[in-house]
Design a protein around this ligand. Structure first.
Ligand code: IPD
Ligand code: CA
Ligand code: CA
Ligand code: CA
Length: 271
C-alpha cells in the first residue's frame, strides 16, 4: 500500500526536479563559464549548478521546513523531521558546459538513512525517472511514454554493454582507465555518458546491462540507485557492500556478479 508520506515526498521531488530542469534547460547562458573548480582543475562548477540547487532547496524547505539537506553545491543541514534530501542539482556539469545533452537533476529523500524516494529528470531526453521504495520504478517521457522500468535479461558478460565514469582526480582517473583497458575485452563495449544518475537510470530502463564507477558521492547515486533496484537491477560496492565511494556497481542480475568479481580482481577500488 502506498505510504502517504512517501507519495507526498515523491510529488515534491518531481516538482523540484521539473522546475530545476526547466531552469537549466531554458536558462543556460550562451556564454556559460566555469565559476569555480573543486577537487581538481577539471572538476568544475557553473553558476547554473548553484542556481539549480538553490531553487530545489528553497522549494522543498518552503513546503517542509524541518527536513535536512545534503546537496553537492553546499546544502548541508540536519533537520528535525527524520527526512533528509540528497540532491545533485546538475549531474553531468561538463556535458552541460559543452552543450551536450546528457545531464540530469537528481533528488532523493531518505528516512532513517534509507532512500525511500528517488527522482532523476533528464530534460534534454524529455524523460523523468522515479521510484518509491517497494513500489517499482517508472519513467515518464515523450519518447517511450509512461512505462514501468525493468532491467534487461542478462546476456553473457562478453555480450554486456556496460557504462562507467572517470573521477576528476588525475591519479584516480589514470587507474580507472587502466581498469577499463583490462575490462573491455571481457565485455561487448564500454560507454561513458558523463552523468552517473543517467547511467543508473539506463540500467533501470534496460538500455545498459551494467554500470560501475569509483569515487561517486551520495548525491550522484542516491536517486539512481533506488530507481535501478526498483527496476530489478542489483546494486552494490565491493562484494557484500552497498555502493560506497570506493565502488558503485549496478547491473541486471546475471551480469552483476561477474562484473563485480572482475572489478574486485582488477582492484577497481584502489590505485
Ligand atoms: C559527475 C558525473 C560523471 C561522473 C563523475 C561525477 P557532476 O557528476 O556524474 O558522470 O563520472 O564521477 O562526479 O560533477 O557532473 O555532478
Ligand atoms: Ca560536480
Ligand atoms: Ca554528480
Ligand atoms: Ca553536480
Amino acid at each position: 500500500m502506498t505510504d502517504t508520506l512517501h507519495s507526498d515526498l515523491l510529488k515534491l521531488a518531481q516538482e523540484a526536479a521539473r522546475r530545476a530542469g526547466e531552469l537549466l534547460r531554458d536558462g543556460r547562458p550562451a556564454d556559460l563559464a566555469v565559476a569555480a573548480t573543486k577537487s581538481s582543475p577539471i572538476d568544475v562548477v557553473t553558476e547554473m549548478d548553484i542556481a539549480a540547487e538553490k531553487l530545489i532547496t528553497d522549494l522543498i524547505s518552503g513546503h517542509r521546513p524541518d527536513d535536512g539537506f545534503l546537496g553537492e553545491e553546499g546544502a548541508s543541514t540536519q533537520g528535525t523531521s527524520g527526512v533528509r534530501w540528497v540532491i545533485d542539482p546538475l549531474d553531468g556539469t561538463v556535458n552541460y558546459l559543452y552543450g551536450l545533452p546528457t545531464w540530469a537533476v537528481s533528488i532523493a529523500a531518505e528516512q532513517a538513512g534509507e532512500t525511500v524516494v528517488g527522482v532523476v529528470a533528464a530534460p534534454m531526453r524529455g524523460e523523468t525517472y522515479h521510484a518509491i521504495r517497494g513500489e517499482g520504478a517508472w519513467a515518464t517521457g515523450a519518447w517511450e511514454g509512461e512505462r514501468r522500468l525493468a532491467c534487461r535479461p542478462a546476456p553473457p558478460l562478453d555480450q554486456a554493454l556496460v557504462s562507467t565514469g572517470f573521477n576528476y582526480v588525475s591519479k584516480v582517473r589514470t587507474h580507472q582507465a587502466e581498469v577499463a583497458r583490462k575490462l573491455i575485452p571481457l565485455l561487448r563495449d564500454i560507454r561513458r555518458s558523463g552523468s552517473a544518475a543517467v547511467d543508473l537510470c539506463d540500467v533501470a530502463a534496460g538500455r545498459l546491462d551494467g554500470y560501475y564507477e569509483r569515487g561517486l558521492h551520495a548525491w550522484d547515486l542516491a536517486a539512481g540507485d533506488l530507481i535501478a533496484r526498483e527496476a530489478g537491477a542489483l546494486t552494490g560496492g565491493r562484494p557484500g557492500e552497498r555502493p560506497t565511494r570506493d565502488l558503485t556497481v549496478a547491473a541486471t542480475p546475471g551480469v552483476f556478479e561477474p562484473l563485480q568479481r572482475h572489478l574486485e580482481d582488477l582492484g577497481a577500488w584502489h590505485d
